[in-house]
Ligand binder design. Structure first.
Ligand code: SF4
Length: 222
């Protein structure tokens, strides 16, 4: 990789760009636990995953997807009935309402297919920019570097951005890697944030990039 994507937008302690790439190109599998077979199922899985683990989401999705195979099936249901199916998932009431509204719009306005652009997807109830980025990346291979809580935290600690605002973090991270690496970079930062650079107490002593990391903002680690 070369050219403009080798620049580093953060202005804190520097990590050489080759080392940044090493972090983001970790070959280990980063996305796991997803259980979907089409774009509609992917969208519902991502909507359910806010503040819930993949493991919990995967306990409700098989029955949910069997009962609601198309957007029209969701649309014909009610938020209450949907809610009864997903009660094990955090924030289930709001998610049931959003899924019902979103599927109603997909059935009515998009011929039952999810919109292919991130801009259109973000307009759907309960979707938003980050979820839309995850969906277009996985469903359509559209380059996106969506920033969730893990991505933002790890990027700040690594000195890849100074921003809190997810849109600004995404801008910084997108400048580091070429578009074809954004999706992978997103997943790797999530992977690292879930397993090593955890929110409350990062495991710096066993972190593969501890020698390179400025550990910005880290007060306690093991
Ligand atoms: S050294 Fe610590 S703060 Fe830096 S990435 Fe690794 S776990 Fe996170």
């Amino acid at each position: 990789m070369g050219g403009s994507h080798d620049k580093r937008p953060g202005d804190g302690p520097r990590i050489e760009s080759s080392d940044e790439r090493a972090v983001l190109q970790d070959p280990r599998p980063a996305r796991e636990g997803d259980d979907y077979q089409d774009e509609l199922q992917l969208l519902v899985s991502v909507m359910l995953s806010a503040q819930s683990t993949d493991a919990v989401v995967n306990t409700v999705t098989p029955a949910l997807f069997a009962k609601y195979p198309t957007a029209a099936h969701y649309a014909k249901s009610t938020p209450e009935k949907l809610g009864a199916q997903i009660k094990r998932v955090g924030l289930w009431r709001g998610k049931a309402r959003n899924i019902h509204q979103t599927m109603t719009r997909i059935a009515r306005d998009h011929g039952g297919k999810i919109p292919r652009s991130r801009e259109e997807l973000r307009e759907l109830p309960g979707v938003g920019w980050k979820t839309a980025g995850v969906v277009v990346n996985h469903a359509f291979g559209t380059p996106a570097f969506p920033v969730d809580t893990h991505v933002g935290r790890v990027a700040r600690r690594l000195g890849l951005t100074r921003h809190e605002d997810p849109d600004k973090v995404e801008r910084d991270l997108s400048a580091i890697l070429p578009p074809e690496r954004w999706g992978r970079g997103h997943q790797l930062l999530i992977w690292h944030g879930r397993r090593t650079c955890e929110a409350r107490k990062p495991h710096c002593s066993r972190c593969a990039v501890r020698d390179l990391c400025p550990r910005r903002g880290v007060k306690e680690s093991d």
